[in-house]
Design a protein around this ligand. Structure first.
Ligand SMILES: [Mn+2]
Length: 421
């Protein structure tokens, strides 16, 4: 991606910082798995957004004083050991090219604490900010009782300088990240394209008797072969009644002849995600009953995409989807009265999408151009062993919406034709 985006992201963030403040962001590290094994490293998304770098243990520092903004990056130094055992480590020059930093403001990690102490905290003539008032940190909390990593890492500051006010950088960055730049939309479109390739490989090879996990593996193989660096979340490959469990992740059942298969999946392009759901008959041909229910969900999917435009509230979109699903479900005899819709449709129709699959951003303000969201109505009828969801990824434009995943087929005739053999 173009470094200009990351330079701009830092500038826009820092412009919203109070004067006499500094901000510290950590790129994170791989989580421990078991014994000497670790989970694959995932860059802290705010760190990536501000630097374009996906490397563990890096630290970004922004300083704002008298309205001027200074930026510093701390990176891992390559050693003989790290190069031989762990692979290449970026040089300062390489990190500068990706992030748009001036190479003179990139240091190795061992300088970090002394830098904070001498250049920011100490009351010397040379320090960068006179008596800092605010410290901006990523305070995302995965669970309310778990202390954010940033607070743990900066304990040496917080314990000794209680007069410095901690500010939640996420309040600024969540708003900023909601509105996608053109480069970001391009990445999401690439992630969608990889997803299309993966799904088409599945459709070409899906036959009764296969295990759900074979479809999961086919998807991952084909999408990675197409260029994706991985799936954006654990693939759901749910046949028959398994599809009525929203987050079914076991993917370990033999798919029988009469089954519909619901696959909710997505790919990564860099750290950007897609999130698509398609439902198809394993035989390549819908029964009349499957057709009736599928057509209803598809109709709601298309109407909701057309409903998306700047100014509407997520609540309006949710209410609209639910009303359409309730009317339709009653019409084709799934429920007797519309109030029963909660028994067969029990999730929201949309969430934001971007650097995270369930991306940051408030749901309490009207939609704005540049937001990317999912549209994913569904119906889950346990007694008929049928779960259907059809999910697309949609960009809010100046005048309405653009379906970024329009190339992934979903019409009954197109699916049956594609799967015919
Ligand atoms: Mn989704």
């Amino acid at each position: 991606m173009n470094k200009e985006l990351f330079i701009k992201n830092r500038r826009v963030f820092a412009e919203q910082m109070e004067d006499r403040s500094f901000a510290v962001f950590f790129s994170g590290e791989a989580l421990h798995k078991s014994a000497d094994q670790y989970f694959p490293y995932e860059a802290n998304r705010n760190f990536f957004y501000l630097t374009g770098l996906s490397r563990p243990n890096y630290i970004l520092v922004l300083v704002k004083s008298k309205a001027s903004i200074l930026e510093f990056l701390f990176i891992e130094e390559a050693t003989d050991y790290s190069e031989k055992w762990l692979g290449h480590r970026y040089s300062k020059e390489e990190a500068a090219v990706i992030s748009g930093f001036d190479v003179k403001t990139i240091f190795f990690l061992d300088r970090f604490e002394a830098f904070i102490a001498n250049a920011i905290l100490s009351d010397s003539r040379k320090n960068l900010v006179k008596v800092p008032q605010n410290l901006y940190l990523d305070l995302y909390r995965h669970q309310v009782k778990i202390k954010p990593i940033s607070l743990q890492k900066l304990d040496f500051v917080l314990a000794n300088y209680p007069e410095i006010c901690v500010q939640n950088a996420n309040q600024i960055l969540d708003q900023q990240r909601m509105i996608k730049a053109d480069d970001e939309i391009t990445e999401i479109e690439k992630a969608i394209k990889f997803t299309q390739v993966g799904l088409e490989a599945v459709w070409k090879q899906a036959v009764p008797g296969k295990n759900e996990r074979e479809l999961d593996a086919l998807f991952e193989y084909a999408s990675k072969s197409a260029g994706s660096n991985g799936v954006s979340f654990h693939t759901i490959a749910a046949s028959g009644g398994n599809a009525t469990t929203l987050h079914y992740e076991e993917n370990n059942c033999i798919i029988s002849d009469d089954n519909l298969v619901l696959m909710d999946l997505g790919c990564l392009s860099g750290p950007y995600a897609s999130d698509i759901t398609r439902t198809f008959p394993i035989l390549g041909k819908f029964s009349d009953r499957q057709k009736a229910i599928y057509s209803l969900v598809l109709d709601v999917n298309k109407k909701c995409i057309a409903f998306v435009k700047p100014g509407i509230m997520m609540d309006d979109l949710n209410a609209y989807a639910k009303k359409l699903l309730a009317e339709g479900a009653k019409r084709i005899g799934i429920i007797e009265n519309e109030a029963e819709i909660d028994n067969v449709y029990y999730h929201s129709v949309s969430h934001y999408l971007g650097l995270d699959v369930h991306d940051v951003g408030t749901y309490l303000e009207p939609l704005k151009p540049g937001i990317v969201l999912t549209i994913e109505p569904g119906l889950y009828i346990a007694k008929e062993h049928i779960g259907i969801r059809i999910e697309d990824n949609v960009l809010v434009t100046e005048t309405g919406s653009r379906n970024l995943s329009h190339n992934i087929i979903k019409e009954i005739a197109d699916l049956e034709k594609f799967m015919s053999r």
